[in-house]
Ligand binder design. Structure first.
Ligand code: NAD
Length: 462
């Protein structure tokens, strides 16, 4: 009951603040963006500690994927927000002469942000930067599955940001459900397609616009590459993104690799060497590998390996450490395509390799599954690149690398179909939280009588 009263008070306050108008001004927006940068600088060690506690993330990984990414976003927004806010001239056809047209971005109002646990700092603060840049007031709910990060954000952020405009509300499903009962001007959700459906149904009641940043199975196509050094680079990039970013618990991690049969064993051998180089042998001492976030997710990933046919396809790894919630980097060769490991998002350190007679078949495999958030393809064949682009649909396609598009904030980031919809990052984040208002200014000078009744044949000629 107390929780509900507190929640009600917080919402009333952010609504009141928005109505008061101060978040619309550029000065407020810039002050908040600077405060985010200061928050990250002042609290780097505490953030690293919280990420270590929740996910066993090494500080280097934590800086690269969380602190560094968010600082970069905040700096970009700080430098560009004035330009983004400015009305853009709209082209007006001659028919309207004399007139002036503009597109004016205005804040939606009071927005709700739900974050996921795998990048608990960046997936909370990156959308927040967009919402602030666009002049909204915000309720942010970090994920309960990263409790140290959630509680740190809730306790530390209010002393940096305007506490009457930006609230961090902690909690699990019960609080999330209560928040979804409310009327919001925009909901930005990062999470699973299952919960995405719940969010969208709740939003539909008030016709609230939503951005859904969801997940799925992101494939990597590995074509034959002339030159062994290119193959080594490709495999290193695949391995780095699979195991080096939250242990495969990333929406844009490679979920499985598609490769021609003749290259499958070459790929397995190279992956084994890279794993050895990255992590050594001792599973109890995998200092550079993040842990699985919870016992529930540990069991979920472990269960994917329990099917005997799947277990028989393991060509490397497969051991698990329940005490430390770690799972060894694991490679599987040709698990059945209808096994759960190939139908569900893995979200963990297991890497199935699917071998094909011909690399062109990869397009069919991808198209037989829901549209992915990202497709990766290592190839130098321009015709094949074109085929991938024109014959598949996904949130993004990256050629010859994995995951790096996430930090390229001049490109929009988001999904399509079951991997979500809406875009963010850089200017796209500002757009995600803005209503583009069309403004047409007419003059009194010219009056076209043909637009008015009484209708007659003469007026038909216009
Ligand atoms: P999740 O859907 O379980 O949870 C996300 C958020 O929804 C949390 O804040 C949680 O409290 C809330 N929630 C959970 N159950 C709810 C309910 N019944 N009603 C209302 N709210 C509820 O997802 P997760 O486990 O945090 O994240 C994993 C998923 O997120 C994966 O599918 C992954 O691919 C996806 N993801 C996508 C992106 C992206 O940018 N597209 C980034 C990270 C993760």
């Amino acid at each position: 009951m107390n929780e509900m009263v507190e929640l009600g008070k917080s919402l009333a306050e952010v609504r009141e603040t928005f109505r008061g108008g101060r978040t619309r001004g550029v000065a407020w927006r810039k002050t908040q963006l600077r405060a985010i940068i200061k928050f990250l600088t002042d609290n780097e060690d505490q953030i690293f500690k919280a990420l270590e506690q929740d996910l066993g993330k090494h500080p280097v990984e934590a800086y690269r994927d969380e602190v560094g990414v968010v600082k970069k976003s905040a700096n970009l927004a700080l430098n560009c927000v004035e330009k983004w806010m400015a009305p853009k001239k709209g082209h007006i056809p001659l028919l309207f002469f004399p007139s002036k047209g503009e597109v004016l971005p205005e804040p939606f109002g009071v927005v709700l942000i739900f974050a996921s646990w795998n990048f608990p700092i960046s997936l909370s603060l990156d959308p927040l930067i967009g919402a602030i840049s666009a002049g909204n007031t915000v309720v942010l709910k970090p994920s309960e599955l990263a409790p140290a990060c959630s509680s740190f954000l809730a306790s530390a952020l209010p002393s940096y940001l305007d506490p009457k405009a930006i609230k961090v509300i902690e909690g699990g499903t019960d609080i999330a459900e209560q928040l979804l009962q409310e009327k919001w001007d925009k909901i930005f959700f990062t999470g699973s397609p299952q919960v995405g459906r719940i969010v969208m149904s709740a939003a539909a009641r008030h016709l609230t616009p939503v951005t859904l940043e969801l997940g799925g199975k992101c494939p990597t196509i590995l074509d034959s590459l002339s030159g062994s050094s290119d193959m080594e680079v490709a495999v290193k990039r695949i391995a780095g993104a699979k195991w080096g970013a939250c242990s495969g618990q990333a929406c844009i991690a490679t979920d499985y690799v598609l490769v021609e049969r003749k290259n499958a064993y070459i790929l397995v051998d190279l992956l084994k060497k890279i794993i050895q180089r990255f992590y050594g042998e001792n599973l109890k001492n995998l200092k550079n590998l993040s842990k699985i976030v919870s016992k529930h997710h540990f069991d979920r990933v472990r269960k994917l390996l329990e099917d005997p046919i799947v277990a028989a396809s393991i060509v490397h790894g497969g051991s698990v450490d329940e005490e430390n919630l770690t799972i060894e980097p694991t490679i599987l060769l040709d698990p059945p395509l209808d096994a759960e490991i190939m139908t569900e998002e893995i979200f963990g350190p297991l890497l199935p390799i699917i071998s094909l007679d011909n690399i062109q078949e990869s397009i069919e495999v991808i198209n037989s599954r829901p549209k992915p958030l990202a497709i990766y393809a290592f190839t130098k064949n321009e015709a094949f690149k074109k085929q991938i682009l024109t014959q598949t649909s996904s949130g993004s396609v990256t050629f010859n690398d994995v995951m790096v598009h996430f930090v390229c904030d001049t490109l929009p980031f988001g999904g399509v179909g079951q991997s979500g919809f809406g875009r963010y990052h850089g200017k796209y984040s500002f757009d995600a939280f803005s209503n583009e208002k069309a403004i047409l200014q007419r003059s009194f000078l010219i009056e076209l009588e043909a637009r008015y009744p009484p209708w007659n044949d003469f007026k038909m000629q216009f």
